[in-house]
Structure formats: structure tokens, C-alpha cells
Design a protein around this ligand. Structure first.
Ligand SMILES: Cc1cc2nc3c(=O)[nH]c(=O)nc-3n(C[C@H](O)[C@H](O)[C@H](O)COP(=O)(O)OP(=O)(O)OC[C@H]3O[C@@H](n4cnc5c(N)ncnc54)[C@H](O)[C@@H]3O)c2cc1C
Length: 412
């Protein structure tokens, strides 16, 4: 079986880790994997906070099965991409019913902070060095076509053929936008980024600090800390946001990098033999560091069907249906979790927060999944993976009152 992963960023690296795990676990002998990427097309260079599941999977690539007991060994490895173990997230959130709060990852587990500039290339080079099944082609992909027999990848004069392609080409071109939908949770769409070397770190927590135009994350990497000031450019001008961030961080505007993105998600994650992943699949926003975690979860749903018989017995139509259902359900649940971030448990009054609180409350009141979670929470019945994820965000909505159709329910 011939698999192609297009891209050299964090999503491509995540795909290659998951594929490597499958090949090794199932001792698959006839799989060939190729990474095609265009060195002239830059990566997005943002996205550095991840989950415990993500950290465990990266550790698995290096033969570490129990991350908690082998953290020293893992730290030596993640030094290569400036990584740190993540213990949780600290919120400086100006809450009405309490002060700041911390959400810790579950006991005996760590997430991973990674440097988005070096993570992809380090992982992909490592996999290349260790495995003869793996090959890299540096070229620009112009087009993809497929029929019942395989996928053709057009790269200038060369055309390559594969059984299955994972497309991690990053943010799509404007011409492809007809394949995408817009989420309700369009609260932030702009960021101002700033990194600086920091020698004496106090801890390994992602931090999230509320401000009048949105909120700001900070990620403690080994050799530097990165800050991202998030806002909505339809509410706050970039000039005003840069001025405000320069004031908060006491830094010249010329040292800042800023960009806007459109929040969107693909209507279909998998079309026949092509799975989209990374920002090609969906780009929502940084709340909860959900993105890389989600790409991994989706891949782990798809790969057992794709790779179970060494390529001899694969039903792509069936697998696409499963992947697309998983994708659309997950996007709805991720939006609930994002809405929890904005639903109002802070004291700030501003144009941004008025908009975000109103819209996120509307969403949660109409979300069947959120109501089901609240119901389970009230009855002390939390079972599924998503129940756990909602539960993880409980501290945000501590004190939240929601009308569940017939009665008001307080989350305490
Ligand atoms: C403000 C912000 C904060 C975020 N924070 C987080 C976070 O904390 N945690 C998290 O998990 N995610 C976060 N994300 C999402 C994050 O960007 C993605 O998880 C992650 O970086 C995936 O990027 P990617 O690999 O899809 O794309 P990229 O890193 O942009 O890589 C795209 C790759 O495709 C290649 N390529 C493009 N076109 C072609 C072509 N035609 N032919 C060949 N190769 C091509 C490029 O060369 C590149 O290698 C954040 C996003 C934003 C906007």
C-alpha cells in the first residue's frame, strides 16, 4: 500500500507519527509512505499547546510507553524542538464568582508544548532516519485527482500515484472555500504574536489571560515564551490591538507579528481516498488547544480501516462515511467547548465581550450535547470522552445558570 502525506508542518508530522505507530504495531511489511512538501511554501508557525493524548503519542514514537515514569527521557527528546511538558492551563479570567483558576491535566499525565517552527521538521527527519518505508519528495503539489484505483498527485511535470493521501497543506486557497462551512463560534479571528527568550521559568502551564478585546495565551517553551493576543478585527482594529498589546507587554510594535484568519471547517473530512487534516481540515481558534489533539483523534479513527489488511481489502466509501460523521459531530462539540470559554463568567464589559457572551450563551442554550452533558453532570454520570472534555472546562462555568427547557440549572 502506498500512502502520501502532503505537508511538513505539525499536522503532517502528527499524521506520520500515527502511521508509524500502525505500521509497527501491526508489523505491516508492504506499506510505503511518502511525504511531499514544498519548502518554498511557509508553515503557519503557530499552534504550540497540546493535550495528554498528543504527548503520549509523540512519546510512543521514541519507544516511551509510560510517559509519567519516563519523563526525564522524554524531556531530553523534546528539547530538540524546544518542547516542555504541559501540566495544565492557568486562567487569569476576572471571574464574577471567584478569582483566577487553574485546570490541571488529569493526574499522572502531561501535555506537550512544542515549538511550531521546529516540531514538524524534527519529527519528519527522525522518521526518515529510522525507517526504510519512508521517502521525502520536495516539490509543489498543483492538483489531486482520484478514481477507483488510486489518487494522482500532480507536481509540475511529475505525477505520483498513491492508494491513500493525507492532505496537510495548511490554510486552503480562496478558490477552495466552497468546500468549507463557517462555525457559530467566530469570536476571535486575529492574533498578535510575540516571543522572547525567558531563562527562569516558574512553571509549565499554558496561560490564558482575559482582556477587553478578547484574551491572550502564553506558551512556555524551553528557550522562549510565546504570547498571542487574540481579538476580532471586525470589533477591534489591528492598530488599536497592536497599541494595546505593546502597552501590556511594553514592547515596540515593530517587534510584533500579526495575522488574521477565517474560522472555517471542511464539509467533508474524507473524500474517497483523500483525508484532509490540519488547518486544511479546520481552523477554528486556540481555545482548549484542541486542534492537534483533534487531528490525531480523527486519524486514529480512520487508520484502522485504511491499514488493516496491508492495503488488500479497503472500503474507502465506508471509511469516509465514518470519518465524515466523526468530523461533523466533533466540530459541533468543539464549538460548544469554545462557547464555554466565552459564555460570560468574567467581569469585563466591552464591545467584544458583549458580543461573545450573547452569542455563546445562545449556542449553549440550543446545544443538545451541552444539555446532555449538564444533565449527566447533575446526575453524576460522566462517561464518554466528550463528557470528560466538557467536564475539563467546568471551572469556566462554575456559577453559570442555564435554562434547560423546563427549569434553570446552576453549574456549581
Ligand atoms: C492563533 C492560533 C493559535 C493556535 N494555537 C494552537 C494550539 O495551541 N494548539 C494546537 O493544537 N493548534 C493551534 N492552532 C492551530 C495550528 O495552526 C494547527 O494545529 C497546526 O499548526 C497545523 O498546521 P498545519 O500542519 O495544518 O499547517 P502548516 O504548518 O501551515 O503546514 C502546511 C504545510 O504544507 C506545505 N504546503 C502548502 N502548500 C503546498 C503545496 N501546494 N505543495 C506541497 N506542500 C505544500 C507547506 O510547505 C507546509 O509544510 C492555532 C491556530 C491559530 C491561528
Amino acid at each position: 500500500m502506498k500512502i502520501c502525506v502532503i505537508g511538513y508542518g505539525s499536522a503532517a508530522a502528527t499524521s506520520l507519527i500515527a502511521i508509524d505507530q500502525f505500521i509497527k504495531e501491526r508489523n505491516l511489511k508492504t506499506v510505503e509512505v511518502t511525504c511531499i512538501h514544498d519548502p518554498k511554501t511557509p508553515t503557519i508557525k503557530v499552534g504550540e499547546s497540546t493535550s495528554a493524548k498528543f504527548a503520549e503519542t509523540v512519546a510512543g514514537l521514541f519507544g516511551i510507553t509510560n510517559l509519567y515514569n519516563n519523563k526525564k527521557e522524554f524531556i531530553k527528546i523534546i528539547n530538540n524542538f524546544d518542547g516542555t511538558l504541559k501540566q495544565g492551563t492557568k486562567f487569569y479570567w476576572k471571574k464574577a464568582h471567584g478569582n483566577n483558576f487553574t485546570i490541571n491535566l488529569s493526574e499522572q499525565s502531561f501535555g506537550l508544548h512544542l515549538n511550531s517552527i521546529t516540531f514538524g521538521s524534527f519529527i519528519i527527519k527522525y522518521i526518515k532516519k529510522k525507517n526504510s518505508y519512508f521517502n521525502i519528495i520536495k516539490t509543489k503539489v498543483k492538483d489531486l485527482t482520484q478514481d477507483g484505483n488510486g489518487v494522482k498527485v500532480y507536481c509540475g511535470k511529475n505525477v505520483y500515484e498513491y492508494d491513500f493521501v493525507i492532505d496537510c497543506r495548511g490554510i486552503p486557497e480562496k478558490t477552495d472555500l466552497k468546500d468549507y462551512s463557517l462555525p457559530d463560534t467566530d469570536f476571535v479571528n486575529s492574533v498578535i504574536l510575540y516571543s522572547k527568550p525567558v531563562k527562569n521559568k516558574t512553571d509549565n502551564y499554558t496561560s490564558a489571560t482575559v482582556h477587553r478585546n478578547g484574551w491572550m495565551f502564553s506558551i512556555p517553551l524551553r528557550n522562549k515564551t510565546t504570547w498571542g493576543y487574540l481579538y476580532n478585527n471586525k470589533i477591534t482594529s489591528s492598530k488599536e490591538a497592536i497599541k494595546e498589546f505593546s502597552r501590556i507587554k511594553k514592547i515596540k510594535a515593530s517587534k510584533l507579528r500579526s495575522f488574521f484568519w477565517n474560522q472555517q471547517f471542511k464539509k467533508q473530512a474524507m473524500e474517497g481516498r483523500v483525508l484532509s487534516l490540519g488547518n486544511r481540515l479546520n481552523l477554528l481558534e486556540p481555545t482548549g488547544a484542541l486542534a492537534l489533539h483533534y487531528y490525531l483523534k480523527l486519524l486514529l479513527t480512520v487508520l484502522p480501516d485504511i491499514m488493516h489488511e496491508d492495503g488488500n481489502y479497503i472500503n474507502f466509501t465506508y471509511t469516509s462515511a465514518i470519518a465524515n460523521r466523526f468530523h461533523l459531530e466533533s466540530i459541533q462539540k468543539m464549538q460548544d467547548i469554545i462557547a464555554i470559554n466565552y459564555c460570560g463568567m468574567n467581569n469585563i464589559k466591552s464591545a467584544f465581550w458583549d458580543y461573545a457572551k450573547r452569542k455563546s450563551n445562545e449556542r449553549l442554550k440550543n446545544s443538545a450535547d451541552f444539555k446532555r452533558w449538564l444533565h449527566n453532570y447533575r446526575n453524576n454520570r460522566l462517561t464518554s470522552y466528550w463528557d470528560f472534555s466538557y467536564n475539563y472546562f467546568l471551572s469556566y462555568i462554575n456559577g453559570y445558570r442555564i435554562n434547560l427547557g423546563t427549569k434553570n440549572v446552576d453549574v456549581i
